[in-house]
Ligand binder design. Structure first.
Ligand code: CMX
Length: 440
């Protein structure tokens, strides 16, 4: 057994009594109430999910295992010659909550090379799709194709299924999925946009650097990949991709079924597809502006109002939980200030950042007028030559696998139940509205 799995076994065993005690001794303690607008309005803010992998504070933003983004980057062992931690170090941290030693990281790096070997039938399944399919369809199909080799599913069908040990098989699938999703994404990139000229894995490289290599990028894109995958990994459990993955896995569907479904949610324009939409919006804006016309605060303001007046959302702005600038936006902005301060697209995105919150506040609808992660991410990709912006959500999907997989390993480790909230009818809501609330 690997050191990481050994450590996780111990952590899960130590943790279980906390969950058991809460249910047994305090199961009926009230922690929230539900209003009609929450019921109709997307269950916003209802406390009904548990995760210890990350927590999203509306003012402060995300903490991974209790650490802010800068603290996470600071604490984890870095890739050789890099300012950023390896994805492997971060995976170990997300799973266990402990900062791994360099030796522990090296073990995961070596393990991922073995686990990361993608069976040929996955590529065949992707190649069977029309080439103009969206790359998120290709990614979702590629992940689903892996299901045939699910260890969790084999264990379930073995007749020896056991609720206490099934997490070990989920861990195997989750680790394999994380190790394989980046090479699958790289394959999709080269297949769809680079004439199917594939680049072989370089076994000397860590996860992020190998992804850069396999899509045909050179330094410092290895850091872009590491930063990008870590920043997009997890945003507590209620967002569409994480929640979908958790929900599907709660039916004891394996990691591949669960994450393929999660990716389908990530592909929505109000969620992960917003990073593609941001670039699309900017390109459309520049096209309308006409050649040689400089973007100014005035014409950016007008374009934002045109979007809002057409009944569309400003992509990359707003959030269901956050009420300030997303620290994932800030982190990427800092990268831009260091590596591409004079890039025209970065300057334009910065100008939008200056103008858009004011416009959204004046518009008066969005509860959060500040930028989210998606407002900044495309700029960096564009700068380094990854200009096929319909691929950007795939990059998000590679990163999000880390959080979703860590979560469903723990879900099984702690024996969480199949998810099944109760629905009501509109007539019931109307009755309770008239009565001033439901009588318990
Ligand atoms: N532009 C225009 N209107 C916006 C807006 C934006 N960026 N953000 C919110 N609004 C509107 C909503 O559409 C809603 O309008 P209606 O009352 O007409 O339905 C109103 O403001 C209230 O919405 P809210 O409570 O502030 O936001 P929600 O929790 O309902 O939705 C989100 C959150 C992210 C879907 C929304 O802000 C949005 O559509 N943003 C643009 C798309 C985007 O960037 N998504 C990526 C989010 C991060 C991620 O998941 O990757």
């Amino acid at each position: 057994m690997s050191k990481l799995k050994e450590k996780l076994t111990q952590k899960i065993q130590e943790f279980r009594p906390r969950t058991t005690r809460l249910v047994k001794e305090f199961g009926k303690v009230l922690i929230d109430q539900v209003t009609i607008d929450q019921c109709i309005g997307g269950a916003r803010d209802i406390r009904s999910l548990v995760t210890d992998i990350s927590y999203l504070d509306p003012q402060e933003g995300i903490r991974f295992r209790g650490k802010t983004i800068p603290e996470t980057f600071e604490a984890l062992p870095k890739a050789a010659g890099s300012d950023y931690p390896t994805v492997e170090a971060f995976w170990s941290f997300l799973l266990t909550g402990d900062i791994p030693t360099q030796a522990e990281v090296d073990e995961v790096v070596a393990e991922f090379k073995e686990r990361g070997k993608v069976p040929a039938y996955v590529f065949d399944a992707i190649r069977a799709l029309p080439k103009d399919s969206h790359p998120m369809v290709m990614l979702s199909v590629g992940i689903l194709a892996l299901q045939k080799d699910s260890e969790f599913c084999k264990f379930y069908n073995s007749g020896k299924f056991n609720k206490m040990t099934c997490w070990e098989y989920m861990y195997e699938d989750a680790s394999n999925l994380v190790a394989r999703i980046a090479p699958i994404a790289a394959f999709i990139y080269r297949y769809k946009y680079k004439n199917d000229e594939q680049i072989a894995v370089d076994p000397s490289l860590d996860y992020g650097a190998n992804f850069a290599h396999q899509i045909g990028q050179v330094k410092p894109y290895d850091d872009v990949a590491r930063m990008y995958f870590i920043l997009h990994s997890d945003h507590e459990s209620g967002n569409v991709s994480a929640h979908t993955t958790h929900l599907v896995a709660s039916a004891l569907s394996d990691a591949y079924y669960a994450y393929s479904a999660g990716l389908n949610g990530l592909a929505g324009p109000l969620h992960g597809l917003a990073n593609q939409e941001v670039l699309g919006w900017i390109m459309e804006f520049q096209k309308k502006l006409g050649e040689g016309v400089e973007p100014t605060k005035e014409n950016v303001t007008k374009a934002l109002w045109d979007t809002l007046n057409a009944g569309q959302v400003v992509p990359g702005y707003g959030h269901a939980v956050l009420r300030k600038t997303d620290p994932r936006y800030t982190s990427q902005r800092e990268f831009c200030l260091k590596h591409l301060p004079n890039d025209p697209l970065f300057k334009l995105v910065s100008m939008i950042f200056e103008v858009a919150p004011g416009v959204l506040m004046e518009h008066g609808k969005a509860k959060n007028p500040w930028p989210n992660v998606d407002a900044q991410s495309g700029v960096i990709q564009w700068y380094y030559g990854v200009r096929e912006w319909d691929f950007y959500t795939v990059l998000f999907g590679v990163g999000r696998a880390l959080g979703c997989m860590a979560n469903i390993v723990w879900d099984r480790g702690l024996g969480y139940a199949i998810e099944r909230p109760k629905s009501v009818t509109t007539a019931m809501l109307e009755k309770w509205a008239e009565e001033g609330g439901r009588k318990f």
